[in-house]
Design a protein around this ligand. Sequence first.
Ligand code: FAD
Ligand code: NAP
Length: 557
Amino acid sequence: MGLDQKLEDSAGVGNADLDAVVIGAGFAGLYSLYRLREMGLSVRVIEKADDVGGTWYHNRYPGCRCDTESHVYCYSFSDELLNEWEYSERYPKQQEIFQYFQHVADRFDLRKDIQFETEVESAEFDEGSGNWVVGTDDGSTLSTKHFILAVGPLSDPFVPDFDGTDSFEGDTYHTAKWPHERVDFEGKSVAVIGTGSTGAQAIPRVAERADHLTVYQRTPNYIIPARNHRLTEEDYEEIRANYDEIWETARSTQSGHPYEYTYPSVEGLSEEEIQTALDEGWEKGGFRFFHAFGDLLSNWETNDRVAEFISSKIRERLDDPELAEKLIPDDHPYGAKRPPLDYEGYYETYLRDNVTLVDVREAPIERLTSSGIRTTDAEYEHDVIIFATGFDAITGGFTRLDITGRNGTTLEAAWEDGPRAYLGYSIDGFPNMHMISGPQSPAAITNQPVSIERQVEFITGMIDYMRENGYDYIEARKESVDDWVEHTAEIAEKTLYTEARSWYKGDNIPGKPSTMLMYAGGFDNHSEKCDEVADNGYEGYKLAETIKGLADTDVEV
Ligand code: FAD
Ligand code: NAP
């Protein structure tokens, strides 16, 4: 059945065109579509790209791959899907994850309910009909009972507003808007601005191909070896034999990764025990290293030990002490900014004759010129500038939409003093609007597929509960939102996240208030709280049969 026919058939569902409109066809949007359709609801996904994949559609820069191990960077809801899909490496490349999404979309016949190449621009809650009216860039509108925002935590690319940007006559690229065609660096002088996870992946690959690469680094990061390798049939046999346990562990940890901490802390350990845990973690590589000590992000003593260890490893790799010191962080605890992984000899790249490191903390970028970049103490000529400058994270996907809830309240007004949401999903004044990876959810400080599945299950469980109990409307209570925001802030205060300027806190976007954007209390605790809320009949929410009921006679739960 085509989309239009479905629309016709479902017209009149609660007077809305559809039961649910979902924005985004990444991990979150596709799983939402799958679940809601299984529940028998009429759903349409609206996606601005021309294909599925989300992050893995947009980020195609050289070296792009994921830092989560491949066997847990996938959906776990279908055993059949788990058993039939094999990634070829410990950390899959962008191309392979993109293929995975093609497979998922085809396997579950998802495309028929996705409207591609359409951007949602606005959404307004119409109090007359009690529906959301969603407006798209083709000028059309759709009405829906439930409005689900699966817009992505890292989907709104950020480019610093340098003076003279328009005057640059060469080519510019943002890594998250990378062309589908191969970009040619051969014989060219290329600049990369940014040394976060994206820069760390792109820099070694660009250096191999460019005539000259200049890296503009503001803040050095602790970049640790991923230890990537191809996965063999035996690896997969072992993974499959233990899959139940692997997922169970992933769902019970703070990070959503399937690793337990080796020790809770360095405190109380002998020197030998600490050194062994660090050495073993280092050999395992990637986020397994991150899991050596449980209090890494809440105890300076632990963090200092780990940071010193990484710094000594960087010094060992570079026989140029001055260069090493430029590349070793000195302004933030390890992990308080998202720690990148190294796949292709990141540090050694700076020893190449065709690579220059420019420290823009010492001499900031002043402007772009017609032929390159001028810092406060020098001018550099480039043919290509690559912005690996990140995202307006967590909130950008929501705030770039023009959203109006009940009583004419706009999202802009609701978030005037900073973003706020109950459990990350819901805002008072915005009935039947559900956010995935919203502010104050664990979002992108966890292994995302695990936390996304959990969030989608919470939202769809809530919709199911409403149907079974005759409620048409649900809205977070103001007190629940306020309490959760306060709780999230209190938790953040006890961590070392507060000690870094990072996108975790919105510090990378000029003018954005600095506040921990995500719930740092752990995926496990967030998940437990979601269970508790659901078990208590959606505690903290108002449920009503009519929109008037929502406003006047809130149903106490
Ligand atoms: P997305 O994948 O971002 O999908 C959102 C979709 O919504 C996009 O397709 C976008 O086009 C669409 N959209 C947004 N707004 C609109 C609109 N207004 N109208 C129409 N469509 C819209 N996480 C991990 O856990 N492990 C990793 O190793 C990891 N690696 C990453 C690597 C990169 C380069 C990046 C950028 C992120 C990485 N992440 C990683 C985080 C990653 O974003 C999540 O893992 C996951 O892909 C998010 O899925 P999502 O569906 O929530 O959002
Ligand atoms: P990012 O971590 O925000 O890094 C942006 C970089 O640009 C930083 O080095 C930043 O410096 C620099 N920058 C920004 N504005 C600048 C300016 N005006 N002048 C000079 N430098 C400037 O962005 P990202 O690397 O794209 O990564 C974002 C997130 O996406 C990651 O943290 C991660 O969650 C996800 N990601 C994951 C993977 C993976 O898992 N494989 C890969 C890529 C991205 P400062 O640090 O000084 O601000």
